[in-house]
Design a protein around this ligand. Structure first.
Ligand SMILES: *[C@@H]1O[C@H](CO)[C@@H](O)[C@H](O)[C@H]1NC(C)=O
Ligand SMILES: *[C@@H]1O[C@H](CO)[C@@H](O)[C@H](O)[C@H]1NC(C)=O
Ligand SMILES: *[C@@H]1O[C@H](CO)[C@@H](O)[C@H](O)[C@H]1NC(C)=O
Ligand SMILES: *[C@@H]1O[C@H](CO)[C@@H](O)[C@H](O)[C@H]1NC(C)=O
Ligand SMILES: *[C@@H]1O[C@H](CO)[C@@H](O)[C@H](O)[C@H]1NC(C)=O
Ligand SMILES: *[C@@H]1O[C@H](CO)[C@@H](O)[C@H](O)[C@H]1NC(C)=O
Ligand SMILES: *[C@@H]1O[C@H](CO)[C@@H](O)[C@H](O)[C@H]1NC(C)=O
Ligand SMILES: *[C@@H]1O[C@H](CO)[C@@H](O)[C@H](O)[C@H]1NC(C)=O
Length: 149
């Protein structure tokens, strides 16, 4: 091989190693909720990723919603692969008041439950909405991750 070829080869190897590492790093990716498609969604980064049963995990949620977040909370639930049975629900974590169309960020931390090979995570944001002098608590946003399948 001439020098140029070797250089290209090394670049390619470095590139594929970086790619492999970044692929491995993000095993829990969130998207909009499959059975709640009308709800807005938001970003979640978890640490550590992948999750480890029994270890403390931090869910860092952030985003911009079309609804005000008023006395809002975030709650994370773990389900089996078909999202039919939940086997863990985190405590609700308060989200600071946030006007619609402005960004929010909140961390929620808990101990990872015993997780099977395949599982689904759903994270809901609730907010109080005032209508006709009454207050209602609504799910205003949802994020889902399917892990292992
Ligand atoms: C929130 O989570 C992010 C990402 O995991 C982390 O970098 C940050 O330190 C956390 N902030 C707090 C206040 O725990
Ligand atoms: C959000 O709250 C502001 C101020 O209370 C209000 O004017 C606005 O209509 C609300 N927006 C939505 C989308 O509820
Ligand atoms: C938000 O919570 C506070 C304290 O619990 C309460 O006083 C207030 O009425 C709540 N606001 C709404 C809009 O529900
Ligand atoms: C998921 O659903 C499929 C088909 O409905 C079923 O065969 C499978 O056993 C279910 N898996 C779990 C973990 O419930
Ligand atoms: C929720 O909070 C209560 C009171 O702080 C605590 O005793 C309980 O263990 C928490 N539950 C979870 C699932 O973290
Ligand atoms: C969540 O992560 C973002 C980006 O890493 C950071 O800007 C934000 O402060 C974090 N949120 C909290 C509550 O620490
Ligand atoms: C508020 O009142 C209006 C008119 O009475 C009614 O049509 C509407 O359904 C009410 N909204 C809610 C959320 O109850
Ligand atoms: C996990 O999901 C994959 C893909 O659907 C399936 O082939 C595998 O059997 C599942 N594993 C378990 C333990 O349910």
């Amino acid at each position: 091989m001439n020098k140029k070829l070797i250089f290209t080869f090394i670049l390619l190897v470095v590139h594929s190693i970086t790619y492999a590492i970044s692929l491995k790093k993000r095993t829990t990716t969130f998207h909009s909720c499959e059975t709640f498609i009308r709800l807005e969604t938001f970003n979640i980064e978890i640490s550590p990723d992948p999750l480890v049963s029994g270890q403390i995990v931090t869910f860092n949620a952030s985003g911009i919603l079309n609804n005000n977040i008023t006395n809002g909370t975030i709650q994370v639930s773990f389900y089996n692969q078909n999202a039919s049975d939940s086997f863990y629900e985190s405590n609700e974590t308060y989200i600071p008041e946030t006007l619609a169309h402005t960004s929010f960020t909140v961390n929620t931390t808990f101990t990872t439950p015993d997780i099977p090979t395949n599982y689904t995570i759903l994270a809901f944001i609730d907010s109080v909405i005032e209508r006709n002098d009454s207050v209602f608590l609504f799910d205003i946003a949802c994020a889902q991750a399917n892990v292992g399948f």
